[in-house]
Design a protein around this ligand. Structure first.
Ligand code: ATP
Ligand code: MG
Length: 174
């Protein structure tokens, strides 16, 4: 089945990682490609757990935090190269049939930001074998693309503490 976790509320990556852990517990071969966790500044704590459990993961995406602590928005040519590298990894894993569940975290956001073509993701979905559970996460408003998934869950932001200035906290946001 193809899953898509999208929307502007918190919970997309944590839901995907939660499913990965559950599937791993059931003895399934699982893995994840993170499209936006290439930061050297932040220690993404889900990676600590995946290391401990020896779960396969790959990290793509360039640092977005600038030395002064502000964030870089917008796309560089190198960001596209990193996004394409993530897709290449996914394509290899899918064609080798190495995993039963593969999470492509923030792949939809990556497309929304214009780093990947929609066609690239559609092709990936089309080549996904029956036996593979594929989980796509990230912000996306493209109805046609979401329609290709078997399950679409939208996290809707009713309220978020960020709106009152609470900063991202280790173990909760990353
Ligand atoms: P999570 O990883 O918690 O499941 P998510 O994958 O749904 O969240 P992302 O858009 O990937 O959401 O955001 C990563 C984390 O950063 C989330 O915990 C989210 O709540 C938080 N976040 C979202 N918007 C902001 C913001 N404007 N400032 C700081 N942190 C934010
Ligand atoms: Mg996320």
């Amino acid at each position: 089945m193809i899953h898509a976790y999208t929307g502007d509320g918190k919970g997309k990556t944590t839901a995907a990682v939660g499913l990965l852990i559950r599937a791993f517990g059931a003895g399934r071969r699982v893995g994840v490609i993170f499209f936006d966790k290439g930061s050297e500044t932040y220690r993404h704590n889900e990676l600590v757990v995946l290391d401990r459990l020896s779960i396969e993961y790959h990290v793509t995406g360039l640092e977005r935090m600038k030395p002064d602590g502000s964030f870089r928005f917008g796309a560089l040519e190198e960001d596209k190269v990193e996004a394409a590298r993530g897709i290449e990894l996914a394509t290899d894993i899918i064609s080798a049939g190495r995993l039963d569940l593969l999470v492509l975290d923030e792949v939809l956001t990556t497309m929304t930001y214009g780093l990947l073509d929609k066609k690239t993701i559609e092709e990936l979905i089309d080549r996904c074998p029956e036996e593979l559970e594929l989980v796509l996460t990230g912000r996306c408003t493209d109805k046609e693309l979401l329609e290709k998934a078997d399950l679409v869950t939208k996290m809707v932001k009713h309220k978020h503490y960020f709106d009152r200035g609470v900063k991202a906290r280790p173990g909760i946001e990353f």
